[in-house]
Write a protein that binds this ligand. Structure first.
Ligand SMILES: *Cc1c(COP(=O)(O)O)cnc(C)c1O
Length: 370
């Protein structure tokens, strides 16, 4: 790529004008040794739970760990099957494998790129212990009916909301509908820590206590290890960064939505399609996907103009070498393959200027000679 004209991330912009205030606080934390499960972590957990409208949030080391801990806490493991989306990010499936369970994949809808709920239900077996729908690219799913369906069968509904902080659909918020919900604050996400971080959200108090034990070396209190857990605590410094940014999140999501609306409007006469034919007001556009059969040449065209477009994800789960042992092969999940071959992500940042938005729009339009 030539020199970047439209970047994918701008971390400086996320800290605002008064960033020195945060830096001073972090400086003091460093000097005082306020690193591990301090009040800062408690406060972030409370604020994040309140933001979502959930009883509990538990800060952990990453979104991947949030998924692993959720599966451990619900007792999902060897011999169990867990159903998830064939076009998700690697981590959803790796977490299932990590606890010894078997991932079962569902091809997405071609319309909105989300898991096909009817196909999911058709894959249930006596071994199914959990399902993990993923609010992919920032588009929330309404999981009310699926939750009842799971409750009737004693199946855990675990949401992967790693791309959907604040996303809503018909009055429901991503990360509040499952028995347990998992978030990532990886620097690429809509709410970004300064490194790895994640959270689990839920309403069940007993399960939340179990999760607190599991994230801290299985300790109920110091030196009393009652379970085989991970060491996966949200760092206090990351909590400070996240607390600093959380008040901006809603405005950022709104801004992403406005940019997405502009992209859709300005590209509607181009031979490209988008995630869902309707504009979804609850979508938080973690990624803005454009679908075209000329994906690779469009990507090259944009990158040659300094537009940091990218592909999420070029190789679907079932064709990743890590999952070879499951015997999946090309053709098994045709829609996931089509999306992997035909989608690219246009840069979308809350702080994008008019000039940058115009540059991206022109980039696509000139590719098609418009
Ligand atoms: C980012 C992401 C994860 C993993 O989160 P990390 O914090 O990077 O471990 C899991 N699932 C999805 C859908 C993600 O986008």
């Amino acid at each position: 790529m030539k020199q970047t004209v439209v970047a994918r991330y701008n971390y400086r912009a996320q800290f605002g004008e008064a960033f020195q205030e945060l830096f001073e606080k972090i400086g003091n934390m460093l000097l005082e040794g306020d690193y591990v499960l301090t009040a800062e972590v408690d406060q972030f957990e409370e604020e994040y739970a309140t933001f979502l409208g959930r009883k509990f949030a538990i800060g952990v080391n990453s979104g991947t760990d949030a998924l692993i801990l959720s599966l451990l806490a619900t007792g999902v493991g060897r011999g169990d099957e867990v159903i998830t989306a064939a076009n998700t990010f690697y981590a959803t499936v790796a977490a299932i494998c990590f606890v010894g369970a078997t991932p079962v994949l569902v091809d997405p809808n071609e319309s909105d790129y989300l898991i096909n709920i009817d196909a999911l239900k058709a894959l249930v077996s006596p071994r199914t212990r959990a399902v993990i729908p993923v609010h992919l690219f920032g588009k929330a799913m309404d999981l009310q009916a699926l939750r009842s369906w799971c409750d009737e069968r004693g199946i855990w509904l675990i949401e992967d909301a790693a791309q959907a902080h604040g996303a809503t659909i018909s009055g429901k918020t991503a990360g509040t509908q499952g028995h347990i919900s998992c978030f990532s604050f990886h620097p690429s996400k809509n709410l970004a820590a300064a490194g790895d971080a994640g959270a689990i959200t839920l309403d069940d108090e007993k399960l939340s206590q179990r999760l607190r034990i599991l994230r801290m070396l299985g300790q109920e209190r110091q030196n009393e290890h009652v379970a085989i857990g991970l060491n996966s605590k949200l760092d206090a410094i990351q909590a400070a960064v996240l607390r600093w940014k959380l008040p901006y999140l809603e405005a950022w999501n709104k801004s992403r939505k406005n940019i997405a609306y502009r992209y859709r409007l300005c590209l509607q006469d181009m031979p490209v399609t988008f995630q869902d034919s309707e504009f979804d007001k609850g979508h938080v556009y973690h990624l803005f996907q454009v679908r075209t059969s000329q994906r690779d040449s469009l990507l090259n065209h944009l990158q040659a103009r300094g537009i940091d477009a990218t592909i999420r994800y070029p190789t679907p789960i079932h064709l990743q070498p890590a999952f070879q042992s499951f015997g999946w092969k090309k053709g098994d999940y045709p829609t996931a393959e089509i999306l992997a071959n035909e989608c690219l992500c246009l840069p979308i940042r809350p702080d994008m200027t008019e000039e940058e938005i115009g540059c991206v729009v022109n980039g696509v339009r000139t590719f098609y000679g418009a």
